[in-house]
Ligand binder design. Structure first.
Ligand code: AMP
Ligand code: ZN
Length: 117
């Protein structure tokens, strides 16, 4: 069910601590941790603690929580002293989503081309 921890979800396991991660920030509702396969000098994932399958489902079911995630992306960028950065929500397998627990990628610390690949 939306919002409930899923036994087979990698990011729910990072939330409950059963899989380790390099956590950079935590709030009552969110966790931010370094991506295991960084694509930029700063590559942090911000997730809601509650399980929602993607950004669209999160925004529909829990808009305040979606706002918490967005607020945290900015807090990460501030902590990492990023002047420019990119927030990415890959949504759907065709867009590269591989983990089905909503997450924002915060990418920065290098030039970022547009359009993205
Ligand atoms: P996406 O492809 O948008 O679903 O993003 C999933 C991201 O999770 C990828 O960038 C992976 O490198 C990252 N990832 C996968 N496993 C872990 C892990 N155990 N700890 C941190 N990041 C991970
Ligand atoms: Zn999950």
């Amino acid at each position: 069910m939306a919002g409930e921890p899923q036994d087979d979800c990698l990011f729910c396991k990072i939330v409950d601590g059963s899989i380790p991660a390099t956590i950079v920030r935590e709030t009552e509702t969110t966790v931010a941790f370094r991506d295991i396969n960084p694509q930029a000098p700063t590559h942090v994932l911000v997730i809601p603690k509650a399980h929602h399958r993607d950004a669209a489902a999160l925004a529909a079911a829990a808009p305040e929580l979606a706002a918490d995630v967005l607020r945290e992306t900015q807090a990460v960028a501030d902590e990492e002293k990023l002047e420019s950065y990119r927030i990415v929500f890959n949504t759907g397998s065709g867009a590269g989503q591989t983990v089905w627990h909503a997450h924002a990628h915060v990418l920065g610390g290098r030039g970022l081309e547009w359009p993205p690949g």
